[in-house]
Every structure is written in structure tokens, then in C-alpha cells.
Ligand binder design. Structure first.
Ligand SMILES: [Zn+2]
Length: 71
């Protein structure tokens, strides 16, 4: 049965498209924070954003230097 395999690779492709859309989200007005395993990563340089920054700004999607460049 090759149907099952096709379905699996189709889902995999969908997942990849999602990841790509996330990477490109900084081109849009509404920005989704990128989080993995409870750590949030900067949309610009992909470094992890410190919890102290998140406490100060829960909506932060970038580290401090990248946010300053962005504004
Ligand atoms: Zn950054």
C-alpha cells in the first residue's frame, strides 16, 4: 500500500510549509512568537530570548538589539 506513505509525506510537506511561513512572518504586521520547548527565540537572529525580557514584555518576539533595529 503506497497510499499511506503518500499521506505521510504530504503531512510532512504541510509541516515544512508551516515552518517556512513562520520564518517569513517578520515581513507581516502580525508577528507570531517562535517558541520551542518553552524557550522563545528571536525572529531576527534566532537566539533565545531571556526570561527577564519576557517578564518585561510578554509580547516580545525579538531580543533587545534586534527589536531596537526593527523599530
Ligand atoms: Zn535577535
Amino acid at each position: 500500500m503506497s497510499d499511506q506513505f503518500d499521506r505521510a509525506s504530504e503531512l510532512e510537506q504541510l509541516h515544512r510549509d508551516d515552518a517556512l511561513a513562520n520564518q517569513q512572518s517578520h515581513n507581516h504586521q502580525i508577528e507570531q512568537p517562535y517558541e520551542h520547548d518553552g524557550v522563545r527565540y528571536c525572529l531576527s537572529c534566532h537566539c533565545s530570548i531571556g526570561t527577564d525580557r519576557l517578564v518585561a514584555n510578554l509580547q516580545a518576539v525579538r531580543c533587545v538589539p534586534c527589536q531596537q533595529q526593527h523599530e
